[in-house]
Design a protein around this ligand. Structure first.
Ligand code: EPS
Length: 398
């Protein structure tokens, strides 16, 4: 069982979105202002629908925190809905192609309303609350996460566009979270056009993580490989249809000499505080992961979001009451939620990474985790060359 677990509860128009986190150590400072700032970022973006004008998402801590720090106990966070009308929300009868409506209705033998209420991306408010808390743990270990939008509908940043870490910090100043000025305008125009045509747009965002130590995740078993766990975390976000790490699909079209990152070693800096400084790679095609283990380079994750399935000019569907062809139902929705999805991606990735961090340095208190982390860095930093690896055949023969 994973040390750190997260589950959510709640419906889009129910009482609220609830995040249940178990396994956080004692003593993580809980900055509610930070968590609420992440929730506010999730509400932004060009192309959102009417709901974001109604809600002002704020997290309330219902359990597991005392005097501003985690108690080592389960944490329950609540984001209460202003648009709370679960019992009176209208029934739907014409399932929306691309939504969970029809498959959920058939599987659960339940009204479409009951399916969509839980399938809705409103659930991402709970994920962001949990992810933001996870991020506060990561911050204690110098781990930081940023993201930007690299494609929206037909508009894509130029190949090789790779903003510096400082520049990534500016993505929030763009309404589409894109750092290429020419593309930013074209993306907004594409959203305007889609809106005019009763259409929706998806796209691709990229997340970059700095400060991860070498050695999170594990090569020994399928469900311990961190790349697989990241992919699961990202694919589970509503409307995400693809995930890449590092070069991702692009690696398939290149040779090994072009894809893999040569390793350099500088003995002069070994023994310092930063193991990544002794082992350097001029390139990062691997995106920070090799064999399912972090390698000390920045983690680079891309996720592709499909266009939202509620269409103001709907596709044809079937009226489940008559069995006759009919236009799919229309619900209030977003035209493009990609900028928000990139914020959800950042924060949910934080949860997946916090899980891996707790497994590697697991302790009951933050202080114990920090001591474990420091001892591990010390072990990593021993100078290489001349020495034999510990254990193994050579030791046995001596
Ligand atoms: C969302 C809340 C929802 C939608 C959107 C995301 O609110 P409502 O359905 O009341 O308009 O705006 O959900 C979807 C795109 C979806 O497919 O369910 C939110 O809080 O992010």
């Amino acid at each position: 069982m994973a040390y750190l677990t997260f589950h959510s509860a709640g419906e889009s128009h129910g009482r609220g979105c609830f995040a249940f986190l178990e396994g956080l150590p004692y003593g993580v400072p809980v900055d509610l202002g930070f968590i609420n700032a992440q929730l506010a970022r999730r509400q932004l973006g060009y192309g959102r629908g009417g709901r974001m004008k109604i809600e002002k998402d704020q997290a309330e801590v219902l359990s597991g925190v005392r005097k501003g720090v985690t108690m080592g106990a389960p944490v329950l966070l609540a984001v209460f809905n202003k648009d709370f009308r679960l019992e009176t929300a209208p029934e739907l009868f014409c399932p929306r192609p691309g939504h969970a409506d029809l498959a959920g209705h058939l599987k659960f033998d339940a009204p479409i309303r009951d399916i969509l209420e839980r399938a809705s991306a409103r659930e991402t408010a709970a994920r962001v609350a949990a992810g933001a808390l996870s991020r506060l743990l990561l911050a204690q270990f110098g781990i930081e996460i940023r993201s930007h939008v690299v494609a929206l509908g037909p508009v894509e940043v130029p190949a090789g566009f790779s903003p510096a870490w400082e520049q990534l910090g500016q993505a929030d100043t763009s309404e589409v979270r894109c750092l290429d000025a020419a593309c930013e305008g074209a993306m907004k125009a594409a959203i305007d056009e889609a809106k005019k045509e009763g259409n929706t747009l998806g796209g691709i965002f990229e997340i970059v993580v700095q400060g991860l130590p070498v050695g999170l995740g594990d090569h020994t078993q399928w469900d311990r490989k961190l790349d697989g766990r990241i992919a699961q975390g990202m694919m589970s976000i509503q409307a995400i249809k693809g995930v890449e790490i590092g070069l991702g699909f692009r690696a398939a079209r290149l040779g090994g000499r072009e894809v893999h990152d040569a390793i350099q070693y500088d003995a002069a800096v070994a023994g310092g505080r930063d193991p990544a400084a002794a082992f350097r790679r001029p390139t990062n095609g691997a995106g920070g992961l090799e064999g399912g283990i972090t390698n000390g380079a920045p983690l680079v994750v891309r996720a592709a979001m499909k266009p939202i399935s509620t269409l103001m000019k709907p596709l044809m569907s079937v009226d489940l009451q008559t069995g006759e062809p009919y236009k799919a139902d229309i619900e209030r929705s977003d035209f493009c939620a990609l900028p928000a999805a990139s914020v959800v991606g950042e924060n949910f990735l934080a949860f997946v990474l916090a899980q891996a961090l707790c497994e590697k340095f697991g302790g009951d208190s933050l202080r114990e985790m920090k001591a474990n982390h420091a001892a591990y860095l010390e072990h990593l930093n021993r100078p290489r060359g001349g020495g034999k690896p510990q254990g193994g055949a050579s030791d046995a023969s001596e």
